[in-house]
Ligand binder design. Sequence first.
Ligand SMILES: [Mg+2]
Length: 431
Amino acid sequence: MRSTSSNRTLWALVDCNNFFASCERLFRPDLANRPVIVLSSNDGCVVARSNEAKALGIGMGEPEFKVRPLLRRHTVAVFSSNFALYGDISARVMRTMESLVPHVEQYSIDEAFIPLTGPLAANADELAGTLRKRVAGWTSIVTSIGLGTTRTLAKLASDAAKKSGGVLRLEAGTAGTDAMLAQTPVGEVWGIGRRSVEKLRLRGILTAKNLRDADDGKTRKLLSIAGLHTALELRGISCVSRTEIPASRRTMVSSRSFGQRVTDKEHLAEALAMHAANVGERLRREKLLCGAITVHIRTSRYGQGPFYDETTQIGLPFPTASTKDLIRATREGLESIFRPGFSYAKAGIMLFDLISRNALQGSLAEAVAPGADAKRRDRELMRVLDAANRKFGRGALRFAAEGGADAPWQASRSKRSPHWTTVWEDLLLVR
Ligand SMILES: [Mg+2]
């Protein structure tokens, strides 16, 4: 049963399977059938598992010492995180997809949303197959693709696609989708966190279907506007915009193609500083700190001139959510990978090793760490910055390092609709 009209956007969510573990295997064919796991940056916990490792019962996020006997018994290949490698492979996967579709919205290191309209939407299943084949062929990374009439449905579909041949489609109003939503615990719905699950449970809302069918007023009261948007998305009504996409739990990405080609290092530095400000704000909103960052710059694969594509990792001395620290790190990364004489088409950053701020704040380790006073002042500065930008609109207050809104690297946004719901200046005036 197909009901996609050609004027509606269909969303594809492409997700790389077991991404970090798959990256580790790329250059190690001897590991093809061996269980593989990747540990967090201090080798503390398991952050990625191959299918074989999952089958052994090794849990996501489990401390390494707890599973050590299991690792030995089954000769599991254990890797420390290599974020520069993952960042680079991620960029290749995204670039490969860009060779088939006009827009790729990278969501996390191993996931991207792709809006499909017109003929692309009409032939979505075929296109999804082609995308999977090309990504596997060009990068050796296996993907799962979810198709849905909203981003939330596409995200759910991609989770299910892992067990059903790689591509799955969820369209609101079909019996298949109803059955699937009835089986899905509400906590597995995109954007529904642990605290929301608890609130919903008390109201008897246990499955995705329960949430979809709940009373709008109640949902809004319980979970605020973002929760209501999620419920509407489960009904097939698109309302999650790019700026309110919930952060991924493991990694955070900000990257974008430039409006025009960029050759000047200072312009690249500005673009990277803008990305740093963007993810810094998201980190603070989600009460997270990041432990490592990668910087990525590249030319266009199809433009004239020589091709250049480089990713580097910068360690952060202490987990941080400060835009200042992030800008400093992007500058350091840029200095190490910038080569003059290229026409750059894209720059971006990724954050890794995200941890909850509460896990660290107020700890003795933090209080006695070098520069504790400076850190406190910095946190206060960020609080003021965020408050001002919430009140007066994104970018109202920003670092000089970010450059101006008319810089050549700024994406052309002439077709962008106003931020109706998130920026004061864009609110509709009713007279
Ligand atoms: Mg994945």
